[in-house]
Design a binder for this molecule. Sequence first.
Ligand code: ADP
Ligand code: MG
Length: 346
Amino acid sequence: MRISFEHITHRFTNESVLQDINLEIDRGEIVCIIGPSGSGKTTLLRIAAGLERVQNGRILLNDLLLANSELHPPPEERSIGLVFQDHVLFPHKTVSENVGFGLRNVREKERLHKIALGLESMRVVDVSDRYPQTLSGGQQQRVALVRALITEPSVMLLDEPFASVDVPLRKQLREDARKQLKANDTATLIVTHDPEEAMALADRVAVLVDGKLVQTGTPKELWYSPKHPFIAKTLSGLQTLRGKVQGPRLRTAFGDLSLSLINGRDKLRENDRAEIGIRPEKVSLAPSESPCFVRDIRFFGQKYVVFIQGDRDTLELHFEKEPSIRIGEKVKLNLASAQATLLNIE
Ligand code: ADP
Ligand code: MG
């Protein structure tokens, strides 16, 4: 089944929370929504689930109207699987009973088989006879996932489904969840605030900032051509810096850059203040009289990160090998090969 959001606009009292959201998720497709806290991610899912009424716009399932400001079927009539942050498991049912709840009409033998497989897939077999309140937050989340997945809904809405799962297990779980969702041909919308998770899970990523979808695209598209500073910083791994256009150059606290080396330079005019993104592994530096200095050097395993302090801003540069500079040393940056991209004119 395909789910479509068309022109969804939403307000709480006088505060605009979502503005003209248009998004379509095809069957078998996994779309991750990512955005800063308070950008409206949960609200969008609640509207689709029927926990919040549509105010403006509409939601379609396979081109048929599911909900608009007049039509509001209750959540249980929407054939949509839900896992929300405040995952509510039935407190007086065991894990197995919770998971089997959606399979009440399935023959017992098949039901038990499916429950066993589901618990196995999310690695919670060993707690099958326990009650929810005796489980950790992460275990509860996994049980809630199994309970939603087991009925093989054609649409799934997941709100930060792995948020309380410990990091080592989280990666494994999202791979398991992706495999299962693909096998079921489910149209899936997952909210996450973890950029790495979005890149790893999603066929497409939708980026929500201040209630607006600022860009929707494949992880590759977002990595190579971010259209918003938030995307550049979080998903594309770029460093951002500001500067002022003066003649043929952008003057920044970290040195000057010829405009001819900035992607999207055509929009720049004299005296514009611009924000650009640069690849942190593409900048070289050398000791020199300069307003910038090395504030810190950290070893991150695959790379060394050098923190450059310039005026008020800090820039992080990445090096494969240990750089031959010292903390406190004044340095000059070579931004020419930084693959600079214009992100914003202020
Ligand atoms: P996110 O999930 O992206 O963090 P939310 O969708 O939860 O964001 O919230 C978006 C904005 O709407 C926030 O400013 C939040 O405070 C506000 N909000 C959410 N739910 C309600 C509500 N029921 N009543 C009033 N304001 C709300
Ligand atoms: Mg939220």
